[in-house]
Design a binder for this molecule. Structure first.
Ligand SMILES: [Fe+2]
Ligand SMILES: [Fe+2]
Length: 417
């Protein structure tokens, strides 16, 4: 039996590095999501960042079985984080996708297969199951990126940028040693191309040219105007991409919280992409196209003026909490009027939102400690509510915030209960 098969220490070190690359790929995708213009790519990225953090979790669970309860050692951070900052410094969305998918994700797929070829198939069988799945997910993500890049980088100049940036990222990974941390002494990282600097965090959420973009949201039609109100509600769901983008920015900007924070925020971000997609699917069923309606992006933009704690507090403690009144009212109305499809969609949304509010209650106090914030939760939520009343460009958010100020907000019961 070759010696390397018995090298448990080497296997553990590889798994530690691989989970870190997956975790920080998730953070990078979150940070870049607002800066990606192409609508379908924004959705894909929201799904991929959730896949990446799930892969990281699977590997971390395996590491825990292998008696590593704290895989994020300073050596692992030193090996991964400086390269992550370089990866974030692409200047165009298609460059960023090319670097991450055709550089890092390809290297991860290779590293997973190399681990699978090297390890002992009986003793280490639980790792095999996890890494085979991880490699397959990477293949699918890479295939998506190849198609996306072909679609969006069409001119010679764009193709040149993709090729230069992909080459740069390959040099970067070579300098790191490998994404499995196999090289003891990493070289100095190569300098970014001239003029390149990090664009994150994005102050504005970008949309592609198929959309008309406006700052302000739409007024809510009367509930009795059934057709108009249903259309308004599901068009509004498409705007929840802004919530996903705010959460993506939080994933990126909060650099050193405990790992479970990133897992919950990534799921929250993915859920908001799903809510946006749910809106899109329903408005198609109602005979319209998403591009028939302007997208509003103003709420993302003003929220970026606040720190990540306040942004996250605004979303969970105020916007999501206050929206239950509207959601319950409309759910009951859809049931009453026999629109079971809209009712079901709203019910699933309420179930997701109930989780989001619970995560807010879990992580806002932790972010307060992390940021050395002077305000306690109550004072902070009060400040967040005032900021929303003053700045929100969504009439429904302001109106429900106003009602919540006067009465205690409804609790997030699900319509199933
Ligand atoms: Fe949502
Ligand atoms: Fe939500």
């Amino acid at each position: 039996m070759p010696d390397h098969i018995n090298d448990n220490k080497k296997r553990v070190a590889q798994l530690k590095h691989l989970q870190a690359w997956e975790t920080h790929s998730c953070r990078l995708l979150g940070g870049w999501q607002p800066g990606i213009r192409h609508w379908e790519a924004k959705h894909a990225v929201g799904f991929h960042l959730w896949q990446d953090i799930q892969t990281a979790q699977d590997i971390r669970t395996r590491l825990w079985e292998l008696r590593v309860s704290r895989p994020d050692s300073s050596a692992v951070k030193q090996a991964v984080l400086p390269a992550i900052d370089k990866l974030a410094s692409a200047q165009h969305d298609f460059e960023f996708i090319a670097g991450l998918y055709l550089g890092v994700k390809k290297a991860l797929a290779t590293a997973y297969r190399s681990y699978l070829a090297d390890t002992q198939s009986t003793w280490d069988a639980p790792s095999i199951d996890i890494l085979e799945r991880a490699a397959t997910i990477k293949d699918t993500q890479i295939a998506w990126a190849e198609t996306y890049i072909e679609q969006v980088a069409k001119t010679d100049q764009e193709k040149h940028l993709v090729s230069r940036w992909t080459n740069y990222i390959e040099e970067l990974i070579a300098a790191v040693g490998s994404v499995a941390g196999d090289q003891d002494t990493a070289e100095a990282l190569p300098d970014l191309p001239p003029g390149y600097d990090i664009l994150l965090p994005f102050g504005e959420a970008k949309r592609d040219d198929r959309f008309e973009v406006q700052l302000q949201g739409f007024d809510r039609p009367p509930l009795e105007d059934q057709e108009e109100h249903t259309l308004w509600q599901f068009v509004n769901y498409t705007m929840e991409m802004q919530a996903a983008e705010t959460l993506g920015s939080v994933l990126w900007e909060v650099t050193d919280m405990e790992w479970n924070f990133y897992y919950d925020i990534a799921r929250h971000c993915y859920d908001e992409c799903r809510h946006s997609q749910m809106g899109e699917e329903r408005i198609i069923e109602l005979g319209h196209k998403i591009f028939d309606f302007p997208q509003f992006t103003g709420n993302y933009a003003w929220r970026q003026l606040y720190d990540p704690l306040r942004r996250y507090g605004m979303l969970t403690y105020v916007i999501e909490q206050d929206s239950f009144a509207l959601k319950h009212e409309t759910y009951k109305n859809y049931v009453k009027t026999g629109d079971s499809t809209s009712a079901e969609a709203v019910m699933y949304d309420i179930i997701d939102e109930t989780m989001h509010i619970r995560w807010g209650q879990k992580w806002v106090p932790e972010l307060i400690k992390y940021q050395n914030e002077e305000l306690d939760v109550d004072a902070l939520v009060k400040e967040c509510r005032t900021a929303i009343m003053e700045n929100s460009l969504s009439p429904a958010q302001r109106s429900y915030g106003e009602k919540a100020k006067k009465s205690s907000p409804p609790q997030p019961e699900t319509p199933l209960s």
